[in-house]
Design a protein around this ligand. Structure first.
Ligand code: GUN
Ligand code: ZN
Length: 658
């Protein structure tokens, strides 16, 4: 019932399937009041809405009508409807007149598409005992709800809400236990007080700790989040659904939502956007209107900016620029900036989800970009790469660096042992923000060359780069550091200078493709792939490497967009022979073996095991349990997702070995 179409960071564009139609996610569900709904949210872009089953249950007229005619008729909406259970009322009034069992059965009776059990929204910062007691009840009720659903053959989809207050281990425990339940959606609850009080740092902790223990193939709903300021950050953390009462509550208060924050009508000289309302009326026009008309128009604006933001977010996911959008949005408020800075503490987790290569370039928008998973990933790879004895560090020039560097390179300072250095035994790297050091051989790979940073460096990135460099050069006997780098970073590690004519960089295509292979597939891949009578064919137009052969046999193609190597049959064979199990492997079960051999795509549910280093867009080897090569292809998911998903394609097979 949930299918993922595109991914960036932990964010996904997906399709949620319900009895009343499909919904593209990330989506916003406007809150519909069952009695006093004034505006037609569908007209302004809502594909799915949420309403409160408890409010209907408590009102005899509404209840009867809902039972007789169904929920969709009652609130006059023919698309998917989610219902909440009264938990929110429970958290406000301390009590409700309904049991968990009653509310589950009632939601099904009135034909809700997605129902919710009666969880206990435990406020942030309560004492531990309270959080534990509440959590126990929340978990019991979630389990009971699933049992009731099964026993009564209820078709309604079911929400199981993650609670645990601001105790991260409790959030994890709750998410992990709920994951065992086979619920259909996993909302994250009791975050409204965090958002209302601008505790975005804690919000990031709560969401990430919940997320890390939830299944990846199920939609997650950030309950009560309706301000568009927060959508991009929440989506990057993996949230798929939002609900908004904000659009109408703010409108009742003469407040206009925007991604930059909230505007009070009384302070407006200009209308803040170009929606129908903002184009047609001035702030004076609105102020002069009767209250109700004004409220409805502001609500219309509020819905417009909320849906517009979600369109922008989905587009950012398609093109791979979600983090750039998040960093931009989080500059709307210092507390949001705290949120995105806190997210950097989770880059280890984020890296497991972030696709290897994206359509759009990596932009450094400020020191927060240093915490992105792309940076972590590159620095880690760099540490794994084989090293020569000596290292030359060059200053950045135009990208790709290797294209604009050649011949004699200027004045250098020496760090380390002072022995003869031999260029054959020297690595050449360029100092780079934010990646640290980039070996010239691999600098065309995504995102190393498909990235940009301002030319004037900030203090944080200088410190970050200097720290990385100082650690990294310890791996070498002798390091030649260009005088510009010394000046730029204000470091004093050197003891003697050296003239340019002794040092020059000579481009070598064979070295380059071997280094790319090692970086992409693991150390040793380059030597194994490119042996024999290697012929490198370049594009006549761009001069870039396109095909690599051994004699007449194709080994790999180089993808123009990101310079990663794409395997041929022979390439796959060589890689399989050279790299030990489980490197780059996806192991499929016996049943799917014939399909893989024929070149049919691999579905997640047939995968028994896979290399934990696989990421979206990687070239992978498809093998059986005896590690016999069956086929090869491109991964559509990362390792954690392949292991987690029970439906859908995992590997787009290029060819089978039948
Ligand atoms: N609406 C806002 N927060 C919550 C929550 O924690 N649980 C439920 N059921 N509804 C909510
Ligand atoms: Zn507007």
């Amino acid at each position: 019932m949930f299918e993922i179409k595109a991914k960036d960071m932990r964010g996904r564009v997906g399709v949620l399937k319900t009895k009343h139609g499909n919904v593209k996610t990330p989506a916003l569900m406007p809150v519909i009041h069952p009695r006093k709904q004034a505006i037609d949210v569908k007209k302004y872009g809502a594909d799915i809405v949420i309403t409160n089953a408890y409010l209907i249950y408590k009102d005899d007229d509404l209840k009867q009508k809902a039972i007789d005619e169904g929920l969709h008729k009652l609130i006059n909406f023919d698309g998917p409807i989610m219902t909440d259970s009264g938990s929110f009322q429970l958290s406000v009034y301390g009590d409700v007149d309904i049991t968990n069992e009653e509310v589950i059965k009632f939601q099904d009776l009135i034909k809700s598409d997605i129902g919710t059990s009666l969880d206990i929204p435990t406020a942030p910062f309560v004492d531990r005992q309270k959080a534990e007691e509440d959590l126990k009840i929340t978990l019991e009720r979630a389990k009971e709800a699933v049992k009731i659903k099964k026993e009564n053959d209820i078709g309604m989809l079911l929400n199981s809400v993650v609670q645990g207050s601001t105790f991260m281990d409790l959030r994890q425990k709750c998410a992990a236990e709920l994951s065992q339940l086979d619920a259909d959606l996993y909302p994250i609850g009791a975050v409204v007080p965090l958002m209302e009080s601008y505790h975005y740092k804690e919000l990031v902790d709560v969401v990430m700790n919940s997320m890390m223990c939830l299944p990846d193939n199920t939609p997650r709903h950030l309950m009560g989040a309706g301000h568009p300021m927060i959508f991009a950050l929440a989506v990057a953390m993996g949230c798929d659904l939002f609900d908004s009462a904000a659009y109408i509550l703010y409108a009742e208060d003469d407040r206009l939502l925007s991604t930059r924050g909230t505007f009070k009508l009384e302070n407006l000289q200009e209308m803040p956007c170009s929606c129908e309302v903002c184009s047609k009326y001035t702030p004076d026009d609105l102020r002069a209107m009767p209250k109700e008309k004004r409220r409805d128009l502001i609500a219309q604006h509020n819905l417009h900016v909320s849906f517009a933001e979600l369109r922008l977010i989905r587009q950012a996911i398609y093109e791979g620029s979600l983090m750039e959008l998040v960093e931009e949005r989080c500059r709307a408020h210092p507390a949001l900036l705290d949120g995105v800075r806190q997210l950097a503490n989770y880059s280890e987790d984020m890296e497991k989800y972030d696709p290897r290569s994206k359509k759009s370039a990596f932009f450094y928008t400020g020191p927060e970009s240093l915490g992105r998973s792309e940076v972590l990933r590159h620095q880690r790879k760099l540490l794994e790469m084989p090293k020569k004895r000596d290292l030359v560090i060059l200053p950045p020039s135009r990208k790709p660096y290797s294209k604009f560097i050649s011949g004699h390179l200027g004045e250098f300072y020496i760090y380390g042992a002072e022995q003869e250095f031999d260029m054959e035994n020297t690595d050449f790297m360029v100092l780079d923000v934010p990646f640290g050091l980039i070996p010239l051989e691999i600098d065309e790979l995504y995102p190393l060359s498909q990235s940009a940073a301002p030319r004037i460096r900030d203090v944080d990135s200088t410190e970050f780069i200097t720290n990385f460099m100082s650690d990294f050069i310890e791996n070498y006997e002798q390091v030649l550091i260009h005088s510009k780098v010394i000046k730029d970073l204000d470091i004093g590690l050197y003891n003697k200078s050296i003239e340019s004519d002794e040092i020059k960089y000579v481009r070598d295509d064979l070295k380059k493709i071997k280094a790319i292979a090692d970086y992409q597939f693991g150390v040793g891949a380059g030597e194994a792939l490119f042996k024999g009578n290697i012929k490198i064919e370049k594009s006549k137009k761009t001069g870039k490497i396109r095909h690599i052969y051994d004699g007449k046999v194709l080994i790999v193609n180089m993808r123009a967009s990101d310079s990663y190597l794409v395997l041929s049959k022979e390439g796959a064979r060589r890689l399989h022979k050279a790299l030990p199990y489980p490197k780059n492997r996806v192991v499929v079960n016996e049943d799917s073996e014939p399909f893989a051999l024929e070149g049919k795509s691999v579905f997640s549910k047939f995968v028994i095991e896979c290399d934990e280093n696989i990421r979206t867009r990687d070239e992978v080897l498809i093998v059986n349990e005896a590690d016999e090569l069956l086929a090869y292809g491109k991964s559509l998911l990362s390792a954690v997702e392949i292991n987690n998903f029970q439906t859908g394609q995992a590997i787009k097979t290029r060819k089978g070995f039948k």
